[in-house]
Design a protein around this ligand. Sequence first.
Ligand code: NAD
Ligand code: ZN
Length: 341
Amino acid sequence: MMNAIVKPTPAPGLVFQECPIPQVKEHEVRIKIHTTAICGTDLHIYNWDSWAQKNVPTPLIIGHEFMGYVDQVGAKVTLCKVGDRVSGEGHLTCGTCISCRNGQRHLCLHIKGVGYHVPGCFAEYFVLPETNVVKLPQSIPDDVAAILDPLGNAVHTALSFDLAGEDVLITGAGPIGILAAAIARHAGARFIVLTNHNEYRLNLAKKMGASTTVCVPKESISEAMLQLGMENGFGVGLEMSGNFSAFNDLLQHIQPGGNIGLLGILPPGGTIDWDLVIFKMLTIKGIYGREIFRTWDKELHLLQSGLDITPVITHRFPAAQFQKGFEAMMSGKAVKVLLDW
Ligand code: NAD
Ligand code: ZN
């Protein structure tokens, strides 16, 4: 038996309990988990909101951000061996649908998420198909390896556009928005402005590459632009709040012909000013997950070329004290919270 963090019944909360150690099938790998990280998705599951109620079967081991060591391999596994230090892609793909066959695994028609559709990694042992495993270069520290999943969301969104010499507006300085700021800085953007209504996270954004921050609604993006001496709007906008008012702010302040990456998951039924999209001829690209494995390669290369994301790790707890980690996340005074196994 092993310890795991489990959603036991369809109701708010999570428990730390014993579960059977999972066994591998032919093409699967078992990973002895070392470090995991809490994602916003885990909070949705904890709180048992309407998304979680629709998507998450119970009982289920949750979690999808991890690093660890391969501890058992299936009979037909060729891509890794016992002892390999690994992380991995948490989207399971079918391999046979039109997207998978077109080399777009992240758009698989039968995609399943570990930790919310199938058992996750908040456990001592975790099983993943070998084709989802990512071997870790030695230069990537354990703590950073545990957050390659959200870093990948930020990389996928930010590097969808040419950032060198651009002014970049990021709405929503959550973990992914702050990581995107660090990437934009590394990639050679000029001004990087982040918005949030949470001062704690904006302060961290400043340490991670933001030129300035805007605490909405008491501060405005226009004022920030004036202070920076920006004469034109932002060439690139990254929506990372999941809030319509933030998305509308972004549409207002983007340059004609500008590019927008839309990662934040907006609630149903909201509206935007379509005139801004049409008359400014804006390009809006929806972003889902990470390109498997182009994004993973890029993020490892960014880290190996000096991108430092360690300041986003603000808290860590032993896994048995996961409750404290979730409380820190919910307080808004945390960015990435690690759990040690
Ligand atoms: P998060 O919820 O921790 O951070 C979002 C931040 O936006 C919060 O700090 C919040 O205070 C801020 N915010 C809310 N309203 C705002 C407003 N009006 N103006 C400015 N800021 C505002 O989320 P995260 O983990 O950083 O993820 C960012 C978004 O991306 C979320 O919406 C998440 O659901 C989504 N997401 C999408 C994918 C995908 O594949 N498309 C993957 C991961 C996360
Ligand atoms: Zn598929």
